[in-house]
Structures are given as C-alpha cells and as structure tokens.
Design a protein. Structure first.
Length: 197
C-alpha cells in the first residue's frame, strides 16, 4: 500500500508570533527532539517520518524559502499554496497525489511524535478506514485516511480540517504511548519536550 504523507506547513502561526515576535516563524524555531538533537521544528517533523512513508508532499506558502529547502532535503515534493486554511491545503495536496492508496496527514508544528508511532498509524490501513492515534483517551496526530476518503478530502475548503470525515464511522483508534501525538508548538514555551509522568 502506497501511503502519501501530507505535511501541512502553510499556517501562519499567529499565536506563536504574538509571543515570539512578528518575524518569528515557528516552523524554523529551534527545538530539541526526543533524540536529543536540536533542529528546526519542521526539520524535526520531517526527520521523524519513517522510511516506509516514501512519498512525501509538503504544503507551504511560496515565501517560506527555508521551509522549502528543508522539505526538499528530506525528499519531499513541495506544493506551494497561498492559503493558510487547513482545508484548502488538504484538498490541494490530495488532488496532487490522487493515485495514492491513502494519505497520512502530518502537522508541521508537531515535532515530538515518534517514528514508531507513525508506523503504527499507517500499519494495516484499508481503503475505507481512518486511523487515529489515541493517547490518554484523546485523539492525536498524524491521521491516516484510506483511498475511499480522497473525494471527501478534496472537497474540504477554508480552515476546516478533515475531522468532519470521522462521522462516516470508519475510524479505527490506534492506542499509543506517545505524548508527542498531542504536542504542537503553538507557543514558544512548548518548544522543549517535557513529558508529564
């Protein structure tokens, strides 16, 4: 099964900029990954993608030259989009990779997800299923969508994500022991991974 990773990196990060400064892009902020290596947030996200996810498509805006450079260094195709809306980004990315057997939706601001967790989410994905990691009773990311959800993903628009597709009742919950699936870096204080016990 050929699952395409869609890395969403087109958002403006307004909450982050409000605290860090208007010129600070959270995707390029330094964070220390769970492997102890300090990298830019988006670089950490890309480094965590397992080898089995061979096709990678990163969606970002044209002015983000450093994000584009890092994406290409990690073997991603780059889809340039001027909209910051998650729905627009997903629709365009799925349309650009329509022959895929499924899609793994990865958020560009979630650098602390383990590669092994991503493997679990992708494992055994069927055409009519959605796989969602569950940590401590909460749905997290990334989320995998089987091929049957392609039309629904391409119909998304604006800032509305794909959660509406969960209503189809095809969700398979994947229990994980990985707080990273719930951890985005919306504000600078979240750039350091400090799991609670």
């Amino acid at each position: 099964m050929t699952v395409t990773a869609i890395v969403l990196a087109a958002g403006q990060g307004r909450r982050f900029r409000a605290e860090a400064g208007a010129d600070k892009d959270k995707l390029l902020a330094d964070c220390t990954g769970r492997d102890g290596v300090t990298r830019a947030v988006i670089e950490q996200v890309l480094a965590n993608l397992p080898e089995r996810v061979a096709r990678r498509l990163l969606v970002t805006s044209p002015e983000r030259a450093d994000v584009i450079r890092l994406a290409r260094a990690f073997g991603c195709e780059v889809l340039l989009l001027q909209s910051a809306g998650m729905g627009d980004s997903l629709a365009a990315a799925v349309a650009a990779s329509a022959p895929a057997d499924g899609w793994l939706v990865v958020l560009g601001d979630m650098p602390f997800i383990q590669s092994s967790t991503i493997d679990q989410v992708v494992e055994g994905l069927e055409a009519d299923r959605i796989h969602v990691p569950v940590q401590a009773g909460q749905y997290g990311h990334p989320v995998a969508f089987g091929r049957a959800f392609g039309p629904g993903l391409m119909a998304l628009a604006g800032d509305r994500g794909a959660r509406s597709l969960f209503a189809a009742g095809a969700v398979r919950e994947i229990p994980v022991d990985d707080p990273g699936v719930l951890w985005d870096v919306d504000v600078p204080s979240l750039l350091s991974y400090t799991p609670t016990s």
